[in-house]
Design a protein around this ligand. Structure first.
Ligand SMILES: *Cc1c(COP(=O)(O)O)cnc(C)c1O
Length: 390
């Protein structure tokens, strides 16, 4: 039996044909296909602006930079994410702290956040930015977060790397109604792929213009923005320091082609999740709690052992891997990484996220996972619990 990964890309014959075609076109770097891809994303998520980038990590860094925070300003995020969520703030010279997660949704705990904000206000150490993560594709509830941001005056970036196509309160994630900038990743394990790639969406022109300049080595070619006289058709101006974080037309072509299958991808992922939830429901495990008005794109299907079976985590993991089920952990808490411990973070500081890291496992979910394969996984999980949990 082949290796069943926790997630993987779905590439169609059409995708291959489309990418082959673009290789014969004029643009291998950024050109008309990237503009088309960005326009399609804007239409889908109903944001005013979209900027495609060469990875989700670079989109996160651009988002942080575009907010123009001051070096030494504080930002908060959750411990159970990919390190890129935290790295982007550090790379902007910001100081980091974490907010523990909700024990049921495994997203940021708004209760914890509110308490932490109250304390921080007294000590005059309020964060200027909060980066929320929509874990596994499940959007964190945006409404209370937005209210808190008004009260305590912080900016919001959504790390929606997992949640392309997800919905909350009748809007697609990325609408950026309740945040400043939303970030997606198009890494092959995510909902759609461009090989490597990412995107920022926002409704604020000032952010979009910053993002665009920062992704283009600080350069603008827009005549209306020139500070000096336009000297000719060769003329451009550099207005800030920046990077080359552009998406290219090969990636964008694949992205446009993948978008055609987005609804089918989302449906299939949701169907697989429903089957897992149904067939595994009597085991001593927990699933992610889905609140009302929230639709997950199911990048991940995470199961969490009951705490009293925590000691079985490694065994469970190894058991499934030994059966060619390539499960993984999303995520080891960021604050316990050697790099982040240097800032003084310690064990037991964020107990819910730490316990989560000791009990969670991502099992395979992707559009091409066959029914037969899924039932093999289900039966293996059941037999594990039959054998080890009396
Ligand atoms: C995938 C991912 C990113 C960005 O990853 P890239 O590989 O750079 O596209 C950022 N945050 C989270 C939570 C992710 O899962």
């Amino acid at each position: 039996m082949k290796n069943l990964k926790y997630s993987t890309q779905t590439i169609s014959k059409k995708d291959i044909a489309n990418v082959s075609k673009v290789l014969k076109s004029e643009f291998l770097t950024q050109g008309p296909k990237t503009i088309e891809f960005e326009n399609k994303i804007k239409l889908l998520v109903k944001s005013k602006y979209a900027l495609a980038t060469n990875s989700g990590s670079s989109a996160l860094l651009l988002a942080c930079k575009a907010l123009s925070l001051k070096s030494g300003d504080l930002f908060w995020t959750v411990p159970n994410s990919f390190v890129a969520t935290a790295n982007c703030g550090i790379l902007c010279g910001l100081k980091i702290d974490f907010v523990d997660i909700d024990p049921d949704t495994w997203n940021i705990s708004i209760d914890n956040l509110e308490k932490k904000l109250k304390k921080a206000k007294k000590r005059k150490k309020l964060p200027k930015l909060i980066i929320v993560v929509h874990l596994g594709g499940l959007p964190a509830n945006p409404l209370r977060l937005k209210n808190l941001s008004k009260k305590y005056k912080f900016k919001i970036v959504e790390d929606a790397s997992h949640s392309f196509g997800g919905k909350y309160y009748y809007n697609r994630v990325g609408c950026s109604k309740w945040s400043d900038i939303t970030v997606f990743s198009f890494h092959p394990v995510k909902i759609i792929t461009t090989g490597e790639g990412g995107c920022c969406t926002t409704n604020q022109k000032k952010y979009y213009e910053k993002l665009k300049i920062l992704a283009n080595n600080g350069i603008t070619k827009e005549t209306k923005n020139f500070k000096f006289k336009n000297l000719g058709p060769w003329y451009y101006e550099q207005h800030s320091i920046g990077y080359n974080f552009r998406m290219n037309d090969i990636q964008s072509t694949l992205g446009i082609s993948q978008l055609k299958n987005l609804y089918s991808f989302l449906k299939k992922r949701n169907k697989i999740a429903k089957i897992y939830r149904n067939y595994l429901k009597n085991l001593p495990i927990k699933f992610q709690k889905i609140e009302k008005n929230i639709y997950s794109s199911y990048h991940l299907f995470i199961i969490k052992l009951d705490v009293k079976h925590k000691y079985l985590h490694r065994k469970f993991f190894n058991y499934l891997r030994s059966k060619n089920i390539f499960v993984n952990l999303h995520y080891l808490p960021i604050h316990l990484q050697p790099f982040y411990r240097k800032f003084g973070f310690k064990k037991n500081q964020f107990p819910v996220a730490e316990e989560y890291g000791k009990t969670a496992i991502s099992i395979p979910i992707y559009p091409n996972l066959k029914r037969k394969e899924q039932f093999k996984i289900i039966n293996l999980i059941k037999s594990f619990f039959n054998k080890y949990v009396k």
